[in-house]
Design a binder for this molecule. Structure first.
Ligand code: ZN
Length: 150
């Protein structure tokens, strides 16, 4: 069954190659008062030119108590970004200003809020080792997942 879908997808891509290459893809992820994301893994197709990512927070707690953001980096850089972010504070969205290890990041939001960013997929390598996480102090241990470029 999966092979059949793949063949169909390939045929589709061959026929509509130029349109597929320019497409904008959308992804969403929810966060909670329990310090969790609702996804452990997110996959983006490498033929998406951009991804519009929306982070929601379905909890009730305020941003200074249980704030969440969505930060994308290589897996190697995650811990250092989170540690520097802790010292940067909420005023800086818990990220060191100008940190070029950060590939993409949303603002910190509190319960009931949502925020969106657009990610330039050309910055990402197909098959690269990427992780998404929350840089609010202490959260990345639980709030992280694998970001796959397929
Ligand atoms: Zn968080």
């Amino acid at each position: 069954m999966k092979t059949g879908i793949k063949i169909l997808a390939t045929l589709f891509a061959l026929g509509l190659g130029s349109q597929v290459a320019a497409k904008t893809c959308e992804m969403s992820i929810d966060s909670t008062d329990q310090m969790t994301f609702d996804k452990k893994e997110m996959t983006v197709a490498a033929d998406c030119k951009e991804v519009k990512l929306t982070l929601t927070h379905s909890g009730k707690l305020a941003a200074n108590v249980m704030g969440h953001n969505w930060v994308l980096s290589t897996t190697d850089n995650m811990q250092a970004i989170a540690q520097d972010g802790m010292q940067a504070g909420l005023d800086n969205e818990y990220l060191k200003p100008g940190d070029d290890r950060v590939i993409a990041a949303t603002d910190i939001i509190g319960g009931g809020e949502s925020t969106s960013i657009t990610i330039d997929v050309s910055k990402l390598e197909k098959g690269g080792d990427y992780t998404f996480f929350c840089s609010f102090p202490g959260h990345y241990a639980l709030m992280k997942g694998k970001f796959i470029v397929n």
